[in-house]
Each structure stands twice: as C-alpha cells, then as structure tokens.
Design a protein around this ligand. Structure first.
Ligand SMILES: NC(=O)c1ccc[n+]([C@@H]2O[C@H](COP(=O)([O-])OP(=O)(O)OC[C@H]3O[C@@H](n4cnc5c(N)ncnc54)[C@H](O)[C@@H]3O)[C@@H](O)[C@H]2O)c1
Length: 278
C-alpha cells in the first residue's frame, strides 16, 4: 500500500519541491483524487487553487494544506458552467499573478444504458466530464498563451480506452477527454504548453458513493469481485497513487512528455486473461 500523504508534515522540509513557485488549479479538489493531488502539489511547493462545486470539501483540502504550512485557497465552481470556469482561472491569476498548471479532474459517475438513458442524463454526464474539461482548458489556455507556458492535465479513465457495459455515457466522455488532450497538445505546443491525460482504473474514492448505497449487498459483493478481477494488482488504487502520477506529469520531470495518456490502473489494460495457465 502507498505511504499516506495526508498527515505527513511538510512544513519543515528543506529540500526543493518539484513544484516550487508554481501556481496550480485543481478541479474536484474537495474529494478523492483531486484532494490527494491538491495536498501533494502543495507539499511540493505549489500554491493551490482548490476548486470544487462542493465548497466544504474544497475547504477541507485547504485546511489540510495550510495545517502543513502550504498555501491554498478554496473556490466554488461548477466546471460545466463557462462563467464558473472563467472565474476560477481569473481568481487564481488575481491572487497569485499567474497560472502554471491546470488539472481538470472533477467528474461524476452513474451507470446507465443507451436504450433507457434520458437526454438529461446524457447531457449531465457529458457536460461535467467532457465539457467541463474543455472549459477549464479554454480559460487556462488564454492565460498560458499570455505567459507562453503552462501545463494541462485531465483525468480520463480506462473506460475511455475500452468499452465497459453499463457506462456508455461515461466512456464516451472519457474517450473525448483522452482525445481532447492530444489535440490541445498539438495546437498549443508552440506556446510552450504541455497537455496530458491520466487514465485510472479503480480508485477508492467517493465517486460511486450515492450509487453503492442503493445496491443490494449480494450484488455489491459480486461487483467488488468483478472489479478486482480486472486489476493485476489485486486491489483498488488509493487516490495518492494517482496524485503521484499527476505530480510527475505536471512537473519538469515530464518536460518532454506531451499528448500522452498515462494509464494508472494496476494492470487493468495489460490484456485479457486466457485459459492456458492459472
Ligand atoms: N474513482 C475511480 O475509480 C475513478 C476511475 C477512473 C477515473 N476517475 C475519475 O477521477 C476523477 C475524480 O474522481 P474521484 O474518483 O476522485 O471522485 P470523487 O467523487 O471522490 O471526487 C470528485 C470531485 O469532483 C467534484 N465535482 C463533481 N462535479 C463537479 C462539478 N460540476 N464542478 C466541480 N466539481 C465537481 C465533486 O464534488 C468531488 O469533490 C473523475 O473525473 C473521475 O471520473 C475515477
């Protein structure tokens, strides 16, 4: 299991952080992957704009960061709304004079099938999980073009790289995110902007909380067994394990990496098991 990040004090650290002097905006920072990333980026010296539609969640991440001696502020925004996306970028620039990193990570999940999905369900999924990434990039890029520098990261999913039954809207949105990052990498490389995507497999977060509460226990056990069978490392990831990959891609360690999709999935996408050997 990974070393927990949350309670490690970093205020006495006297080594250089990988993000010293950088300003980073992270969406979905109130929970799960976004929260772990906000804390790790602050530990590595970044000033963090912790953005979430759930302001209490974002405030919780900021409290954790400031307790450890880091710098952050919480900002309430719905990433699917253009005015909110514009405001979150503007606030980071107003406070700290620049923006170096945007991590478009906020997302939702609920299962559905095409024949019975409502138009509203489709629109909700696509507007948060795909349009939200576009909007974050749009307003960050305006700043990055002025600065002639910037790093973009987005959270995709293994569901955007292969078909999964029961989540066509989620998979379509995530496939869009994967391609959007590649296209942005191509269009803005000459502004010294890198754009990459992380595709997690199963991560232990709150994303399915509201759904799991409604599923009967026996079905839940079956689902858990199936989920674990996908991963070669027989457990879900902790959010900190995705955060470390995000740190790599957003730091100068990845200075020659752009247009890339980094799968962080415990081996989920390695292949399909055959029956010759156990
Ligand atoms: N947990 C997994 O197994 C898994 C796997 C692959 C990809 N992902 C992706 O990782 C990302 C983070 O999810 P997580 O697992 O940490 O879930 P989470 O539910 O713990 O965190 C998601 C955060 O996004 C916020 N959010 C939701 N809608 C928003 C909106 N419209 N505007 C602003 N913030 C909003 C939520 O309030 C929450 O704080 C998502 O994009 C998700 O699709 C998760």
């Amino acid at each position: 299991m990974p070393t927990p990040l949350v309670h490690r004090a970093w205020r006495f650290k006297n080594i250089m952080g990988k993000l010293d002097g950088k300003v980073a905006l992270i969406t979905g920072a109130g929970s799960g992957i976004g929260r772990a990333t906000a804390i790790l980026f602050a530990q590595e010296g970044a000033k963090v704009a912790a953005v979430d539609v759930d302001l209490d969640g974002a405030n919780g991440a900021v409290a954790e960061i400031t307790k450890g001696g880091g710098q952050a502020f919480a900002f309430k925004a719905d990433v699917s709304k253009a005015r909110d996306a514009e405001a979150m970028v503007a606030e980071a620039v107003k406070r700290w004079g620049r923006l170096d990193i945007i991590y478009n990570n906020a997302g939702i999940f609920f299962p559905a099938q095409v024949h019975s999905m409502t138009e509203e369900e489709w629109d909700r999924m696509l507007s948060i999980n795909l349009k939200g990434v576009f909007l974050g990039c749009k307003y960050a890029l305006a700043q990055f073009m002025k600065q002639n520098s910037g790093v973009i990261l987005a959270t995709g999913s293994v569901a955007g790289l292969e078909g999964h039954n029961g989540e066509p809207h989620y998979g379509a949105a995530k496939a869009g995110v994967v391609n959007l990052m590649k296209s942005i990498a191509m269009d803005y490389a000459h502004y010294n902007v890198r754009a990459n995507c992380i595709c997690p497999g199963g991560v232990q977060t709150n994303i399915a909380k509201g759904i799991i509460d409604k599923i009967p226990p026996e079905q839940l056990i079956k689902m858990g067994q199936l989920a674990l069978s996908h991963s070669l490392i027989k457990r879900q990831a902790q959010p900190e394990e995705i955060a470390r990959a995000a740190l790599f891609l957003c730091s100068d360690d990845a200075s020659f990496i752009t247009g890339h999709t980094l799968v962080v999935d415990g081996g989920w996408m390695a292949g399909h098991r055959m029956a010759f050997f156990d």
